[in-house]
Design a protein around this ligand. Sequence first.
Ligand code: ADP
Length: 151
Amino acid sequence: MKRIALFPGSFDPFTKGHEDIVKRGLKLFDEIIVAIGYNSKKANRYFDIEYMEEKINQTFSDTPEVSVLVYNELTAQIADKYEAFYILRGLRNTTDFEYENSISQVNRDLNPKLETVFLITSAELAAVNSSIVREVHRYGGDVQKYLPYDL
Ligand code: ADP
């Protein structure tokens, strides 16, 4: 059976940090589905969700093992729908850990087939953060070096 992982997130925007997690995740999984979710706290996105979907597809156009979807339901439910029984997440620091710890426990409570697998961020990408990229972009700064595609 294929090992399929979901990589859920807001990806507002998708950064080189996210790309690194996907590439390293491919050493563990046969397929990775990058799942762009509507997060209730982040209902007002900065980058349009369809635009980001296109940019992530473009980033992995030579990697058929990676696909992209937009979803608006529970991660634990879409995992079943796509037979993706692993959730891939990146861990940068203790703040990420506190948050990831609870969502991982709740996801497994909701769907006992699900295991979350965490990859520690690569040191050179630890500071790359979607909210900082948004701020820099908002005030006209150059964010291209943090992104794996041309904006
Ligand atoms: P969310 O809003 O669900 O936290 P994000 O789009 O911010 O979604 O992040 C998705 C995942 O990518 C999270 O697991 C996050 O920890 C991870 N991530 C974000 N930036 C990096 C980075 N620079 N290095 C490694 N992992 C990262």
